[in-house]
Design a protein around this ligand. Structure first.
Ligand code: NOJ
Length: 562
């Protein structure tokens, strides 16, 4: 019998991307000392859980998502004792700790990989996906096994001369994919999970976990310029079998939960993983609503479409209701800042709050990302040399192939790069935004004098204080956690309107996504009355006798009918 872990439904998770969170020792890098110092701040927002993006030793080919030791802490961040202290201090405050579990791939600096390169009969060789090349041509048989391209860095196969074989990497070269078909690898994964759970962590966010089973035939992929072949390892043939093993052998024996990152998974697919007797995840991080201003990936930018955003959210609310559980988020370390994407930098405060209302007054577990709570916005770098991410570098090459000049690509990167979310958190208006007393590893956003935690603390009308209020409203009114969702006016391109229903109560959420005033007539059956307003982002609301609201730019109002 699995342990009842349904407490995950009432979590509010705060994501820490440690290197940019808060530097506690003055070396220019965020670290665990900084996190320890800010635990009460995180709690004060209304969060009762922290998800750590990887804080393990890593050579940083992908800023931590390339792990070279699964059972230690990166020396830049601290050590295991300090981490244990954070777990204890968090638990004292009734907060949970979630680790990022990255087991689709390791770092190429991991001991297993280094061993695997030594010879074909090394016990670790079969921990990875090594294949002979295809050949017999002028290149002397050294062509890759198929046409797959990585998601992050050129081809998906890297040649090793000594072995005369290729290893596969879905992401960067420094991130070789593990061979999950090898039962020993699966035992290693379980061992890693037990290690952290025994230490007291409360769950895992599983990185691209739906990529762990590859098509054993490794057929050629559909020819696209990035990630060609992905259809042959996204939700591969043995995925369910392996996930069940992890669940049954480990997860079910601990009071913990799992949230799975799963690109290219729609809400119907998600039910296979998150409901019924075969449930392997407690919830999934989906990408549908993050594609409302792009095609497949943030880099292929399109104008923001509220209709697409609403459709995605509605689909997850409707399909999962009563069967499975949603993860609610609008920012993380992989996307540009949401105000700059879906809101308006001009109406930063209003739209920051409006986006929070749109995303978090529905059923599911909210996740917020460091800096989101103060309305941090995109960065504007002057030169491509200032960027630091393998994805930015790879995309530069891809765009170059299509003839896009560097100065245009700089604009694209500033608009679409995930590095926008990785600038240091702006704590105050002192030098380096109070992030570090040293030299910050990555430039602080120039707007820190106007956007910082200290200012937000002292401004009753700040985005930060609005988040606090919003999470209190959720906590005190279970309708926003467990209620049944229904969307109204789905064709409306400027207003998002939905109803929540729970135990005889009803709520109506109305959010404008426009910079102009809009007249909004309530759906039939709803009486718009100031007395029913439970949350709003303007001082007062403007209703005329006819149940019509005048919505000002990015106005958001939530009515509750008890
Ligand atoms: C998804 C993570 O969120 C992202 O940051 C990382 O680069 C890739 N997986 C590869 O691990």
């Amino acid at each position: 019998m699995a342990i009842d872990n349904s407490w995950y439904k009432e979590l509010v998770v705060y994501q820490v991307w440690c290197r940019s969170f808060k530097d506690g020792n003055g070396d220019g890098q965020g670290d665990l000392l900084g996190v320890l110092e800010k635990l009460d701040y995180i709690k004060s927002i209304g969060a009762n859980a922290i998800w750590f993006s990887p804080i393990y030793p890593s050579p940083n080919a992908d800023w931590g998502y390339d792990i070279s030791d699964y059972k230690d802490i990166h020396p830049d961040f601290g050590d295991l004792d300090l981490f244990k202290k954070i777990v204890d201090e968090a638990h004292k405050r009734d907060m949970k700790i979630i680790m990022d579990l990255v087991v689709n791939h390791t770092s190429s600096e991991h001991y297993w990989f280094k061993e695997s390169m030594k010879s074909k009969d090394n016990p670790y060789h079969n921990y990875y996906i090594w294949k002979d090349g295809k050949g017999g041509d002028s290149k002397g048989g050294k062509n890759p096994p198929n046409n797959w391209l990585s998601i992050f860095e050129g081809g998906a196969w890297e040649y090793n001369e000594q072995l005369d074989q290729f290893y596969m990497h879905a992401f960067a070269k420094g991130q070789p994919d593990l061979n999950m078909d090898n039962p020993k690898v699966r035992e290693e994964v379980k061992d890693i999970m037990r290690f952290w759970l025994d230490m007291g962590v409360d769950g895992f966010r599983e990185d691209v976990i739906t990529f762990i089973s590859k098509d054993p035939d490794f057929p050629n992929g559909f020819p696209i310029p990035i990630a060609c072949g992905i259809e042959h390892y996204n939700k591969g043939p043995n995925l369910m079998k392996y996930l069940k093993e992890f669940r049954e052998d480990v997860v079910n024996h601990y009071d913990c939960f799992l949230v799975a990152e799963s690109p290219m998974t729609n809400s119907k697919d998600a039910l296979k993983f998150t409901s019924g007797k075969d449930k392997v995840f407690d919830m999934m991080i989906n990408f549908d609503h993050m594609n409302a201003d792009c095609f497949m990936t943030d880099t292929v930018h399109l104008p923001f479409s509220l209709k697409r955003f609403k459709k995605a959210l509605s689909s997850w609310q409707e399909n999962l209701y009563g069967k499975a559980w949603n993860a609610l988020y609008i920012e993380n370390h992989d996307h540009p800042r949401v105000i700059s994407r879906y809101g308006s930098e001009k109406y930063r405060k209003e739209s920051g709050k409006a986006l929070a209302v749109a995303a978090y007054m529905m059923s599911g577990t909210p996740y917020i990302y460091q800096g989101q709570e103060i309305g941090m916005v995109n960065n504007h770098l002057k030169s491509l040399d200032e960027f630091k991410d393998v994805v930015t570098f790879n995309n530069e090459k891809v765009f170059k192939k299509f003839g896009v000049p560097r100065f245009i690509y700089l604009k694209i990167a500033n608009l679409t790069s995930r590095e926008n979310a990785r600038t240091p958190v702006q704590w105050d208006d002192s030098e380096n935004a109070g992030f570090t007393t040293g030299t910050p590893w990555f430039g602080v956003n120039k707007n820190y004098k106007n956007i910082n935690v200290k200012d937000a603390e002292s401004d009753p009308d700040s985005i930060l204080n609005f988040y606090r209020e919003l999470f209190k409203v959720r906590q005190n009114n279970k309708i926003f956690i467990y209620g049944k969702y229904k969307e109204y006016f789905h064709k409306n391109k400027k207003v998002y309107c939905y109803e929540m229903k729970y135990e005889g109560q009803k709520a109506l959420v109305v959010v404008s996504f426009s910079e102009k005033n809009i007249k909004f007539k309530a759906p039939r059956g709803f009486k718009l009355d100031k007395d029913n307003v439970i949350l709003k982002n303007y001082k007062d609301i403007e209703i005329d006798g006819n149940d019509t609201l005048t919505l000002r730019p990015y106005e958001a109002v939530v009515f509750l009918y008890k």
